[in-house]
Design a protein around this ligand. Structure first.
Ligand SMILES: Nc1nc2c(ncn2[C@@H]2O[C@H](COP(=O)(O)OP(=O)(O)OP(=O)(O)O)[C@@H](O)[C@H]2O)c(=O)[nH]1
Ligand SMILES: [Mg+2]
Length: 434
């Protein structure tokens, strides 16, 4: 039988694939943690469009450099996969190019690792041009070292999970073509980044909070709850959001701030992805405040918080003021559970984005932090000056307007620099200390 016929048929797009999950259980790692990693891998597989048929772990001191799991185990996994009609084996750790090649050769099944799976999901989810370019770049950088002749030969006949991409070129055989494409994509990204920067500058300076956190914790749901809309896409699958969305949030006193939703993080997020999504995430880095959202109903929420902090460090915006918010408290029955989290994280807030429980508390806290440096100034202006101020934008607020013998008395409120700019537009002297 030649290799082509020996390979399992890949189901057409839209049809679900059948996967076996495989992990090495290192001596130092507790079993429940390995199981949790596998739960997450299963959720990733489900999001990518595969039904998980079986989960297999092997206790080992460290992975086998040639085949990751032991060689005897390779035959066992192959046999079990084939008996169950699986076409795909997904490994929980990243495999080296050599391991992928050896495994595919021996198993005659499609082999992918956690990073490959995450990249595949991103590829399917990318909608905007920027997201597509970012994902294609990350895929090419990830697959580039894996472009061996054998690998290409086997993969050339494959499709489905692990082989989808916005660019359709990720399987180019010729490394030089891949290298050229990488350079091209980097240039495109730099250009898109510059355009984004110009757009951001032209947006008048409004206080901004960015929602960041592990995937599926409810960031988009919270954005909707804060802004009173349901326009951000919410789904109980991983990586529902790839492009940062921003919404205006009106406060009771008529001031507005902006909340930005961002792509979720996950343990072992491929570093190529973090690198290529850097410009998207830079939207968050320009925020005045980072709202770190966590899912209190998740058994490993502390671990997820830690993982998120690591990515924030990688992105180098750990110095920004951060507010930790525990979401999904409606799913937590015992109050002792909430108390424990409150003791460990004293300055955090507890709420439910879906039921709206205590979302107002977050809103108040955000207003307090974001408008803390706000100053106000009593003024008398002419109708023409009033018109100019009204056109000036959202960064200053006009309060208590009163007509008085042809002039308007009002209070101008906002950040010092914004007040000064607003006064400049109406040629008004700028008081000292602004
Ligand atoms: N019970 C409950 N479910 C919630 C709450 N907030 C969000 N969810 C659910 O959690 C799932 C994920 O919500 P999203 O808002 O898409 O989460 P996200 O953090 O934006 O996820 P990604 O964009 O994938 O990173 C959805 O099924 C939501 O309905 C909550 O307060 N309580
Ligand atoms: Mg989201």
């Amino acid at each position: 039988m030649n290799e082509r016929n020996a390979m399992k048929r890949t189901p057409p797009e839209g049809e679900r694939e059948r996967a076996v999950l495989c992990a090495v259980n290192r001596a130092a790692t507790p079993v429940w943690l390995v199981e949790d990693h596998l739960d997450e891998l299963a959720a990733l597989a489900d999001t990518a469009g595969a039904d998980v048929i079986e989960r297999i772990t092997q206790p080992r001191m460290k992975p086998d450099p040639a085949t990751y799991i032991g060689r005897g185990k390779v035959s066992e996994v192959t046999q079990r996969a084939k008996n169950q009609g699986a076409n795909l084996v997904i490994f929980d750790d990243d495999l080296t190019p050599v391991q992928v090649r050896n495994l595919e050769q021996r198993m005659k099944l499609k082999v992918i690792d956690r990073s490959g799976l995450i990249l595949d999901i991103f590829a399917r989810r990318a909608r905007t041009r920027e997201a597509k370019v970012q994902v294609e770049l990350a895929q090419l950088e990830y697959y580039y070292p894996r472009l061996t002749r054998m690998w290409t030969h086997l993969r050339g006949q494959q499709g489905g999970i692990g082989f989808r991409g916005p660019g359709e070129t990720q399987l180019e055989v010729d490394r030089r073509i891949v290298q050229r494409r990488i350079t091209q994509l980097k240039k495109q990204l730099a250009k898109i980044g510059r355009q984004r920067e110009t757009r951001r500058r032209s947006r008048r300076r409004i206080p901004t909070a960015a929602l960041v956190g592990y995937t599926n914790v409810g960031k988009s749901t919270l954005l909707n709850a804060l802004s009173g809309t349901d326009s951000a896409f919410v789904e109980n699958r991983l990586f529902a959001t790839l492009d940062p969305k921003w919404r205006r949030v009106e406060s009771e006193n008529g001031r507005a701030f902006i909340a930005i939703d961002t792509v979720g993080f996950i343990r072992k997020l491929p570093h190529h992805l973090v690198a290529s999504f850097r410009s998207t995430l830079e939207e968050a880095s320009t925020a005045d405040l980072i709202v770190h959202v966590a899912d209190l109903s998740h058994p490993l929420y502390d671990d997820q918080i830690e993982q998120t902090r690591r990515v924030i460090e990688q992105l180098e915006f750990e110095d920004k003021p951060t507010l930790l918010v525990f979401n999904k408290i409606d799913r937590v029955q015992q109050t002792s559970f909430i108390e424990k989290a409150r003791q460990n994280h004293p300055d955090s807030l507890f709420l439910s984005a879906t039921t709206g429980l205590r979302v107002w508390e977050l809103q108040k806290r955000l207003e307090r932090i974001l408008f803390a440096a706000e100053k106000s100034l009593a003024l008398e202006v002419s109708p023409d000056q009033l018109r100019l101020l009204q056109e000036y934008g959202d960064s200053v607020e006009l309060r208590n307007k009163q007509w008085h013998e042809g002039v308007i008395r009002l209070t101008l409120a906002g950040q010092g620099a914004d007040l000064a700019n607003a006064l400049r537009t109406i040629d008004h002297p700028i008081p000292q200390g602004l």
